[in-house]
Design a protein. Structure first.
Length: 213
């Protein structure tokens, strides 16, 4: 199974990486959703025992994807943060941006981004619904997407899929006629299981598995 897959979405060539990111070559734009920076720290502060190192791991994955794709833009489709700003997390994020001076980072705010101070972390805050080419970039999916609205690219629901012979549930890109939902980028999230009757691509342990009924 491959670790990168060429797709066509709404007539546009796209590239899906097994590390839960979608790349739009026409805009040199890397797309991720549901980063949830600092989630582990917030849960530990609340007395919930979770492993440390999740933020550093996720930022290292973004660093590798930016190097591989040579993207000039990084768009996060909601839930950039998990909660409040944390100085150590903000500093790590800014260090990532400093390592990629040719890339502009932008955020479509999600429901966890109420405290987002875009200037303080060096990102552009985008409107809640951005139209570009054939796409609409959002955090929340539309209840009834249709052709007149443009093809929606979004996050929020953390789609996951089960694969024959592999334990657990795996983050997946859900592909429908007028809306595609990105997998949660954070390695520390739950998810909503996709029905096997739907078209999806699972990101399973560094490889991609396609379900195309």
């Amino acid at each position: 199974m491959p670790d990168v897959l060429e797709l066509v979405i709404a007539g546009e060539p796209m590239r899906l990486y097994a590390d839960r990111a979608l790349y739009w070559p026409a805009r040199s734009r890397l797309l991720i959703a549901d980063l949830h920076l600092g989630k582990g720290d917030i849960l530990r502060a609340a007395g919930i025992a979770v492993p440390s190192g999740g933020t550093a791991h996720d930022l290292a994955r973004i660093d590798a994807l930016l190097q591989r794709s040579e993207a000039r833009e990084l768009w996060i489709l909601g839930d950039f943060l998990h909660g409040r700003h944390q100085p150590q997390v903000d500093a790590a994020w800014r260090a990532l941006l400093a390592a990629h001076p040719g890339c502009v980072a932008a955020v479509v705010a999600g429901n966890h981004d109420r405290s987002l101070l875009a200037d303080s972390v060096g990102v552009v805050r985008l409107p809640d619904d951005v139209r570009d080419g054939p796409f609409r970039f959002r955090h929340h999916p539309l209840d009834v997407p249709g052709p007149a609205a443009g093809h929606v690219l979004c996050g929020h629901v953390h789609p996951v899929a089960r694969l024959p012979g592999l334990p657990g549930r795996h983050p997946a890109l859900a592909l429908d006629a007028h809306q595609s939902v990105l997998p949660a980028f954070s390695a520390f999230t739950g998810g909503q299981r996709l029905d096997d009757a739907r078209h999806w691509v699972a990101c399973a342990g560094g490889v991609l598995a396609v379900n195309a009924p």
